[in-house]
Design a protein around this ligand. Sequence first.
Ligand code: ATP
Length: 459
Amino acid sequence: MSDKKNITKQDTTEKIVSLSKRRGFIFQSSEIYGGLNGCYDYGPLGIELLKNIKEAWWKEMTYREDVEGLDASILMHPRVWEASGHVEHFSDPMVDCKECKARFREDLIEDAECGNKGYKGRKAVKCMEEGKFTEARSFNLMFKTFIGPLEDSSNAVFLRPETAQGIYVNFNNVRESSRQKVPFGIAQIGKAFRNEINTKNFLFRTREFEQMEMQFFVNPSEDEKWFEYWREQRMKWFEKYGMKEGKLKLHIHEKLAHYAKAAVDIEYEFPFGWGEIEGIHNRTDFDLKRHTEFSGKKLEYFDDQKKERYIPYVIETSAGASRSFFAFLCNAYDEEEVSKENSDGTSSSETRTVLHFHPALAPVKAAVFPLVNRDGMQEIAHGITDDLRKNFKVFYDDSGAVGRRYRRQDECGTPFCFTVDSDTLTDGSVTVRERDTMVQERISKDRITDYLNSKLKQN
Ligand code: ATP
């Protein structure tokens, strides 16, 4: 019934960026002022999708016996970032092109393009080989600001570059108040800020973004078992929410960060290539030890059954909410050739752009249409919409041909459309059209809520 169009990789990102703006997923930050590089705003559909991703993660990670939630503040005591190693190590090597003045991350030079407009498409690595670059300088990625009116170094604080540290410093608070025993985890969703040298590929690398992190505290003798466990769980989570087969892979790190014993990334194949969406790390006892050392407060655990005292190891699952959003958007995007009924009874083909979101992630769960705006159909459709809105995000649309309305909803990723027509007036049934198969069936209008509930639960 539908045929995949041959979409080239290069233009898919552009199409997704354009659809994101057209349908209200993502806008450039401060667009009317020319935009702010590396910052984006989530529009009406974007915020629903992002909220649904975060909710799916939150439920998966915290609706269980051994994980507690937390929401720590973005600004933290400056010593936190000395203890964590961010003041010393959280930097990238930066180089400048002496000719075009463009600035690059030296370690990502292979993927970069020359900034000179006259050399369109030229690889930056070529400019590097030709000696056009300055020596690499180390650039710390943390955003600095000041507490209070005086801008002197004693008042300097940082916008957190990751949410994890808020968890470590609350280890005792959470464990004691929740009476958790090791092994247990603490999960947090929140904003993080990094003054990235280059931002590119839309939402992939931005300066302000959201993370969904969970730190799982374990007995050091069980670290490998838990590392395997969480690696599998996290991969399954992406699959459960519809990531296509072959689009995810694990990348095992050979070169490890100073704090890590093992690290693996979950990568997604974006239109521009493979990119990390989540990191799973065995951070050992590095963080709790360092915070103990810098704060003078013991962050350790006493197992009263085994009579054993130790500093737990940490298995971290660190996902980008914004990066996952982009991955789910790319994963859902499709262009299909579909047949269309013409008014003279003939049929022809047209291209539909559709977002095949998993129903739980779809920003809008259903749309309701009156077939025509007369005979009381609008009133019935409004009644259905009001009823559904008690439980679901629903869109009402009474403008244009029904085929056009379906296409609009396809582009928003709405899984179900209900249409009120002349049969509704006589037998109380409506048409329900499913987004992916485009199959239509009739159900009683009194069953719509149950129908939607069961369909959303099935997936
Ligand atoms: P990269 O190597 O891409 O800079 P990283 O290894 O520094 O990333 P982590 O510190 O492990 O990333 O961060 C965990 C997650 O946070 C990443 O998997 C990613 O999803 C997200 N993330 C990190 N930096 C950014 C960013 N600049 N923009 C959007 N998301 C980000």
